[in-house]
Design a protein. Sequence first.
Length: 140
Amino acid sequence: MKTIIEMVEEFQCPGCVCGSDTKCGFYKNDKDLNACSSHVLKTFILGIGYIAIGLPRGFCRPGPNEGIKNKMAIRLWDDGKYPAWDKLNIAVWAMEEEGTLFVRTYSPRINYSVVDVIDGGTLDMCPNAINVAEFIDEID
C-alpha cells in the first residue's frame, strides 16, 4: 500500500509548477482532498490545454471547477478508503491501472467533478461506472 505522500509524488508532482516532489517547499496537505493543495498544472499541450501528466489518459484533463484552467480537483485515497458514490456523487468513468483505481466522480447538484485516485481499488467498487480501459485508445 502507498502512503499519501507517495501518491502525491506519483500522481500530482509530475508536471507541477511547484516542484517534482513533496520536498519542493510548497507541499500542503489538503484535508478535504487528502492531496496537495498547492498543486498547479504546468504541462500545456497546444490544442488540448493543461494536463496532469501523473494521471492516465481520460483522467488527466482539468475541468472548469476552479475557474482557473491549470488547477484540478484530485482526491487521493489510501488504507482501503474510497468515496461513498451515490445519486449525488456519481462514479462516471473508472479504470484500473497497476493496482490503482482512477475514477471521474461527478456531483450534478453542484456541477462539480473530481478525479479520485484509489490505491488498491478495483472496478467492483463502482460497478455503474463506464470502464475507460475498454476505449482508452480512442481518447487523446
